[in-house]
Design a protein around this ligand. Sequence first.
Ligand code: HPA
Length: 276
Amino acid sequence: MGIVLDRVNSCAAYLREKAGFRPRTAVVLGSGLGAFAEKIEQAVSVEYGEIPGFPVSTVPGHHGRFVFGLIGREPVAVMQGRIHFYEGYSMEDVVLPLRVLHALGAERVILTNAAGGMGEGFRPGDLMLLTDHIASFVPSPLLGPNEEELGPRFPDLSEVYSLRLRELVRQTAEELEIPLKQGVYLQTTGPNYETPAEICLYRALGADSVGMSTACEAICARHMGMEVCGISCITNLAAGISKKPLSHREVQETADRVGTQFQALLETVLKNLADC
Ligand code: HPA
C-alpha cells in the first residue's frame, strides 16, 4: 500500500472506532460558518488534535474538528475548520482530510469559503456558487508518486464542480429567495492578501473571487471521483476594487453577518440531497 493511503486508512480507522459513522456528504465549513455544526442531529465530534498523524489548523476563528451526524436524513461529516497551505503544511497534509472523509464513505463534498470578490456587480455579503476554479498559482495536491487506489495519474478536470449539484444549489437558493451569484474562484497560497495589480491580473484571467483554500481540495476530491460543490461567501471586495484596506476582521464580520443565510442554504441543500 502507498504511503498516503496508509496514512489515510489509519486516520479513517481511528475515526470509525471513535464515531462509528458512515457519512454520505462531507462539508467543509469556511470562516463564519462554524456555527452550522450546531444544526447537526445526533452529533458526534472528534478533535483533529486527537487523531494520530492528523494536521491541526491554527487560524483564529477556525475550530479544528469533525462533526458527524444527520442533517434531516442526510448522513454528513462536517469539518469545522480546515488546514491551509499558508500554515506551512504540505499540500498532502492540506488535502488529507478529504481523503479520510472519502475513505469513511463520503461520495460528495460541499466546500465553503470566505473570498474576496471582483466579479461584475459583486458586493460584500454575496454568496457565489463556484462554476470552476483557477489553481495555477498553487502546487497541485497530486504532485508526487500517484497511488492508483486513490485515483488516476492524470485526472480530468473538465467539470470539477458538478453541474447536478450546482443546479440543486441554484434551485434551493431560489426556493429560499437567497440571491446567488456564480463565478470562477481563484486560489492563492496566501497568507497575505493580494495587491491591486494581482487582482487586475486575476480579473483578466477570468476570476470572480479569490481565496486561500478550496481549489486544491476540489482537485483532490475529483481525483477520487467524488462529486464536488463549492460556495464562496464574498466577505470583501478584492484589493484595489474598493479603497478600503483588507483585514481578517472585516472578513470575519461579513462572514458572521451573512452566516445565518449561508447556513440556511446549506441546511436545505443537504436536506434536498438526501433524496438524490
Ligand atoms: N483575498 C484572499 N482571500 C480572502 C479574501 C481576499 O480578498 N477575502 C477572504 N479571503
